[in-house]
Design a protein around this ligand. Sequence first.
Ligand SMILES: [Zn+2]
Length: 247
Amino acid sequence: MRKTVKIVIIIRMMENRQNLHNHTLFSDGNFSWERIVDQAESSNLEIIGISDHYFTTKVFHDVSLQGWLSNDLIRYLKLSAEGREKKRAGATKILWGMEIDTCLERLGCSLFELPWNKLNSLDFILFEYIGEKDIGGMDLNPKTMEELRANCRIPAIIAHPNIDKLDYYYGLENAFDIFGKFGFAIEIPAGCRNKWYWHRFDPKVLYKVNISIGTDTHEVLSEVGNITKALNFIQSNGLSDRLLKFT
Ligand SMILES: [Zn+2]
């Protein structure tokens, strides 16, 4: 009996049950970060990542960029510092990140003008729409990705990558070579919100990069723990070692 329990625990730990993409009331999510963490704990996640939006006009309508920087960002960083210190009874590790819209127009400035000295105090950054030129996302090329990596010194993840567009604009092998070379991990979409591409594309391309799991939780709390499909995909393709680890 005891042995069985031990084996179950070891298997669980090897699974790297993580979800690094969850929004809270701070941006456009429906729940407090505490409720997201509680849900993660009851879903036996090892790692939960809070990843609210950085300023983007698609989310923050009633505040200017300057106002957001001097009030909201400070509040978020304070929240993350307090959240880290708060002793939690559960075993789930809590990480604090942010999701950055890479469209210049919606962001209000260049990615290289962001307050990286502050952002680098977080645990990770999600970048959305990289390579999605049709909707304003940053062009994917080695020079800009290298420059971005020089600014962003913490784990960087491509949020909900649109594999069709990356393949169309850049060629998938080439795109993933660039991500791999400059240390950008790729999010494997879990849950119901984001599109699944990996039944149409060869998962072998994922051996070039590190990966993370994210559900992009907004309105549905049960999404926090909805990672089984993504985990099964990762395990059945021998990609478990590629999952980001935070020690
Ligand atoms: Zn998101």
